[in-house]
Ligand binder design. Structure first.
Ligand SMILES: [Zn+2]
Length: 88
C-alpha cells in the first residue's frame, strides 16, 4: 500500500461560465465575483439590487444574460462575496 495512492480531491469549485476553478488567491475570487456583479445586474439600478436582493424575484431579468433574476452567475457571485473562503 503506497501512501501516495490516496489522492486528495481537486481543489476548486464550479463557477458558472468558467467551469471548475481553483483559485490561487482568494482575492482573485472576490475580484472576479465583483466583476460578475458589475455586469450581471437586474433590470434596474445596482443600488436597488443591493438593497432589495432578498426581495427580487424571477419577474426581474438580468440585464447582461437576460435570464430570470438572479441569474446563475449573479447568484454565484453574490454567494462568493459572502463566503470568501475560496472553495466552499
Ligand atoms: Zn446574468
Amino acid at each position: 500500500m503506497e501512501p501516495n495512492a490516496l489522492i486528495p480531491p481537486p481543489r476548486g469549485e464550479s463557477v458558472p461560465g468558467l467551469g471548475v476553478v481553483a483559485w490561487d488567491n482568494p482575492g482573485d475570487r472576490v475580484t472576479y465575483a465583483t466583476g460578475v456583479l458589475a455586469l450581471h445586474t437586474p433590470h434596474g439600478s445596482k443600488l436597488t439590487a443591493v438593497l432589495l436582493w432578498p426581495l427580487l424575484t424571477s419577474r426581474t431579468v438580468c440585464t447582461h444574460c437576460g435570464g430570470p433574476w438572479p441569474c446563475n452567475r449573479a447568484t454565484w457571485a453574490h454567494e462568493a462575496l459572502h463566503t470568501q473562503d475560496g472553495t466552499r
